[in-house]
Design a protein around this ligand. Structure first.
Ligand code: ADP
Ligand code: MG
Length: 464
């Protein structure tokens, strides 16, 4: 470590304080406390700032997510700084030897060219050509999972091991795994990627047992650089397979190979899995994909429409309709769009909301929304700062009448209730009053941007 005049050391301390404050402001309190607070300033090494972290995992995580920003911020407060390096371990005493630092960049270590060609060696499952990162639409609910998957695909040294992705059915877990495989095949063809379902893994294993050929089975997996096992909830229970899976897993991790796992639930919820395996699965990075939001569904529909039928223009209103009505998962959403496009191309029908409603009758019925009129009234009242009782009252002042009309309008849009039913819930009003309210709000939305925004916001809030 350089011997520097005392003032320089003081500067370094002061600069670190400034960088920390900026990091805190930029990433927020929670992220800062979780990831960045454990960083300790060690000193300077040449023109690089040396920071220490308590664990390898933290080092990898920070290297993957924050290193660029730390470096950039530091250079902002001190242009003489060339870079930032992370080291694992407690900050050494001032007189100690400089710790061995891991330079943040380049992250990849050189790798011997693998003799295995870019093949699945007969054990993997085929990859869906459409499941690439380019075709994966990112939103709040899946951005962490997607970022982690990209990291894994881009780096030759596992940034976290294993990467464990979990979430409900049809939310993109398999898509992300295929995307990792495609990316590596294209960019690092020498790396051997094996993707398969947990079921296939078990099947292969049982087959190998039967033919007394477990050695080559082991070698097949153990020679892979990246092993991805989809839907591991299906492994639970079968003891010998669990054992084998665990051995394979450990061997690969020990050899510095990347493992990616998916499941429909978190490691701790994987019942039927041995405790030591369960805990081992949670060692790396565990990320979940949450249910979709309206915005994400709309984004995905735009993307899929372009992929499926670039020559067909699916009206925005139809996409909006689908995004609002098919909320369970992306697979169903995609299925709905497929059917509409098929109708249009095969039968030559014009695509409209009415047509979509008719073609998708069965799917839509299954998704009958459970938003209640009471809920709508409460939200709308909150939004416009009126009393819930005003939703039922006879008051006709604009300040309460307009919110009431908005609530009726939303009730018609978001619930399957009929006009008379809605009228009854709004202080026993006549259905013609409800009809008038809906028409009025429709008209106003076209000319009043503020009101339009109000309605949109409320709809989004109500739909979760
Ligand atoms: P899972 O494995 O989680 O059950 P899949 O990865 O099979 O779900 O996704 C179901 C379908 O939805 C696939 O066709 C996939 O391409 C699509 N899909 C899911 N999420 C997205 C997304 N964010 N962007 C684009 N397509 C998606
Ligand atoms: Mg899947």
């Amino acid at each position: 470590m350089n011997l520097r005049p005392k003032s320089a050391v003081r500067d370094l301390d002061r600069h670190w304080g400034q960088v920390q404050a900026m990091l805190q402001a930029e990433f927020g309190e929670t992220a800062y406390r979780t990831w960045l607070e454990p960083l300790t300033l060690v000193g300077l090494e040449g023109d690089r700032v040396l920071l220490s972290v308590p664990t390898r995992f933290l080092r990898d995580w920070i290297a993957a997510h924050y290193a660029d920003r730390i470096r950039a911020l530091w250079r902002r407060v001190d242009g003489a700084i060339g870079g930032v390096a992370l080291t694992v371990g407690p900050a050494p005493a001032a007189s100690g030897n400089p710790p061995v630092a891991t330079t943040l960049s380049p992250l990849a270590r050189p790798r011997e060219a693998s003799a295995t060609a870019n093949s699945e060696a007969g054990i993997g499952a085929p990859l869906d050509a459409r499941c690439t990162f380019e075709n994966f639409v990112v939103g709040k609910t899946n951005e962490l999972a997607c970022a982690a998957a990209r990291r894994v695909a881009e780096l030759e040294t596992p940034p976290f091991n294993p990467l464990f992705v979990y979430g409900g059915v049809g939310l993109g877990k398999t898509h992300l795994m295929h995307a990792i495989a495609w990316h590596i095949r294209r960019r690092h063809p020498a790396r051997k990627v094996v993707y398969l379902s947990a079921e296939k893994f078990m099947y292969q294993f049982v087959k190998a047992l039967r033919f007394k050929d477990t050695m080559s089975f082991k070698e097949l997996f153990r020679s892979s650089d990246v092993l991805m096992v989809d839907d591991v909830q299906f492994i639970s229970g079968k003891e010998s397979t669990q054992e084998e899976f665990f051995h394979t897993f450990n061997t690969l991790v020990d050899r510095g190979r990347q493992i990616v796992i998916s499941a429909d639930r978190s490691p701790s919820e994987l019942s039927g899995l041995e405790e030591r395996i369960r805990s081992r699965l949670g060692w790396g990075l565990v990320v979940d994909i949450h249910p979709t939001t309206y915005e994400l569904r709309l984004g995905i529909l735009h993307c899929k429409a372009k992929l499926l039928a670039p020559e067909i223009e699916v009206p925005e209103r139809v996409l909006d309709f689908l995004a609002r009505r098919i909320t369970a998962n992306v697979r169903e959403l995609e299925g709905g769009l497929n059917r509409i496009i098929a109708q249009a191309t095969l039968v030559g029908r014009e695509i409209s909301v009415d047509m979509a409603q008719e073609v998708l009758q069965d799917v839509l019925r299954a998704h009958e929304r459970r938003i209640t009129i009471e809920e709508i009234q409460k939200r709308v009242a909150e939004h416009f700062r009126v009393k819930v009782s005003d939703m039922h009252s006879a008051r006709r002042a604009r300040a309460v009448a307009r919110p009431r009309q908005v609530a009726m309008y939303l009730a018609k849009q978001l619930t399957p209730r009929s006009l008379p039913e809605i009228g009854r819930k709004f202080g026993n009003r006549d259905h013609t009053t409800v009809m008038h309210a809906i028409r009025r709000i429709d008209e106003l939305r076209a000319v009043d941007a503020v009101l339009n925004e109000d309605v949109e916001t409320l709809r989004r809030v109500l739909q979760g």
